[in-house]
Design a protein around this ligand. Structure first.
Ligand code: SF4
Length: 452
């Protein structure tokens, strides 16, 4: 059933995993074998000395959004009492704090605000770059660009209503997207994060991502970014109503898109793949397990009638997450980095992710608003993140957006080694916009090195 020699060839970079083999691995391989193979492949690509993290700040500049994703607890309508769009003072404070913490990158994402013009984004980027020239602007996401194409006034191009980008003729859509990417890149955009990937298969995507970019639009935005010399990442959110084959199909579409970027020698590429399980709290889809199909009430937005898709979310636990991450390392042989998702899975499962194909622990979390709205409130500072990496047997290293190493923490002044009493080490409160989060939810302490 599983050809071990063939898997070894994949690990060694001499062959590729097929979609059917990925499914076979998911269904039949032991967790131990998946960890072993994905770790060997990770070591071949990254060596076995360093595991990395980045210090960046996740800034959600607005929570106003014209889409209605059923897995989202973050979005608001323009006239909701707690709708917001950040002003310059708030942005300056956040970026100043980031710089003071040794940060190198701002991850700037909405909401797809239906009213903000292109000049708002251009002026924002120019202003941020002038104030914080050392900060890499990793900003927006394919769904935001799809909305930009719909609503921006760009000379020579038509516009349409929010969520109606697909109604523009294909060649107009592509040409307008290219102009928007060029203008925002010129204003200071450095790279594009892979938000909004979710699951590409349309029977799933049409149900969970209402009013949001289609899979082909998502991939087209990244193609344009790569042609224009910007790197991007790719993401997958699983563990809801998708099938396992949908997960493999999703990874296959990312791998093919990267093959295309490599074959065409485009100056930008996918540099990373990050996957995580759906977080259910406060989301319409999260209430689905209580949904009684027989009582006549529809699934939020629409009934599910396709026999191949689950009637309740297929919630993913820790081992399902680790299986998928390991398979993503084996399948995505053309993507440099696999990121562990401790933000959703918790620090210790994130740490275990380093033995299931991940080479990177993502970001020190100064601020997070989206998954915390869905009930996930993990928070780590640099010392804790370094400790998780070191206690896994690796040397922690702070990296840049392009995965080059900035600071290797092998000396006694390393953030974790400088901590003298772990029982007292606590991280700052996780920021939640507009309210102080209760301490019990947001202060996470790792009391003793023994429990790492
Ligand atoms: S997930 Fe993003 S695009 Fe979807 S509703 Fe939430 S904020 Fe909007």
């Amino acid at each position: 059933m599983i050809d071990r020699q063939h898997i070894q060839n994949i690990v060694d970079g001499k062959d590729r995993l097929t979609a059917q083999q990925a499914l076979d691995l998911y269904n039949h391989a032991s967790l131990h074998d998946l960890g072993r193979w994905s770790s060997q492949m990770c070591n071949r690509i990254h060596g076995d000395t360093y595991r990395t993290y980045i210090i960046d700040r996740n800034i959600n500049y607005t929570n106003v959004c014209s889409a209605r994703c059923t897995f989202c607890a973050f979005r608001r309508d323009v006239d909701d009492h707690d709708a917001y769009t950040l002003g310059k003072d708030e942005l300056r404070d956040k970026l100043t704090e980031l710089v003071n913490l040794g940060g190198t990158q701002a991850l700037l994402q909405g909401g797809m605000h239906p009213d903000l013009p292109i000049s708002f984004y251009e002026q924002l980027l120019v202003w941020l770059k002038s104030k914080f020239p050392s900060i890499h602007m990793h900003a927006f996401s394919p769904p935001e660009f799809v909305e930009f194409v719909a609503i921006f006034d760009v000379p020579g191009f038509p516009k349409t209503l929010p969520g109606k980008s697909h109604e523009l003729p294909g060649e107009v859509w592509s040409a307008k997207l290219d102009v928007i990417i060029e203008r925002l890149q010129k204003a200071g955009l450095d790279s594009i994060p892979g938000g909004g990937g979710e699951i590409f298969a349309s029977p799933v995507r049409d149900r969970i991502g209402r009013g949001k970019a289609s899979a082909s639009q998502w991939l087209d935005v990244m193609r344009s970014a790569h042609r224009h010399g910007m790197n991007t990442s790719a993401t997958m959110m699983f563990g809801h109503i998708e099938s396992i084959a949908d997960r493999v199909d999703h990874m296959d579409q990312v791998r093919k898109a990267q093959d295309q970027a490599i074959e065409n020698n485009w100056p930008g590429k996918y540099t990373a793949f990050i996957s995580w399980p759906f977080q259910r709290e406060n989301t319409p889809m999260g209430r689905l397990p209580n949904w009684d199909r027989e009582n006549g009430k529809p699934f939020p937005g629409e009934d599910i009638d396709h026999p191949e898709y689950a009637k309740v979310p297929r919630m993913s636990g820790a081992t399902d997450y680790l299986r998928m991450q390991a398979i993503s390392r084996l399948y995505l042989d053309n993507i440099h980095s696999i990121g562990a998702s401790w933000v959703t899975m918790g620090p210790h499962i994130g740490q275990l992710g380093l033995f299931y194909g991940a080479n990177d622990m993502g970001s020190v979390m100064i601020e997070e608003n989206v998954v915390s709205a869905a009930g996930t409130t993990y928070c780590l500072d640099e010392a804790l993140l370094c400790r998780l990496i070191r206690n896994s047997g690796f040397t922690p290293a702070q990296r840049a957006n392009d995965y080059s190493l900035l600071t290797v923490h092998d000396g006694e002044n390393s953030p974790d080694l400088a901590v003298t009493d772990w029982s007292k080490h606590r991280v700052e409160q996780l920021h939640q916009h507009g309210e102080e989060a209760p301490e019990s939810l947001t202060q996470l302490t790792i009391g003793s090195p023994d429990n790492q």
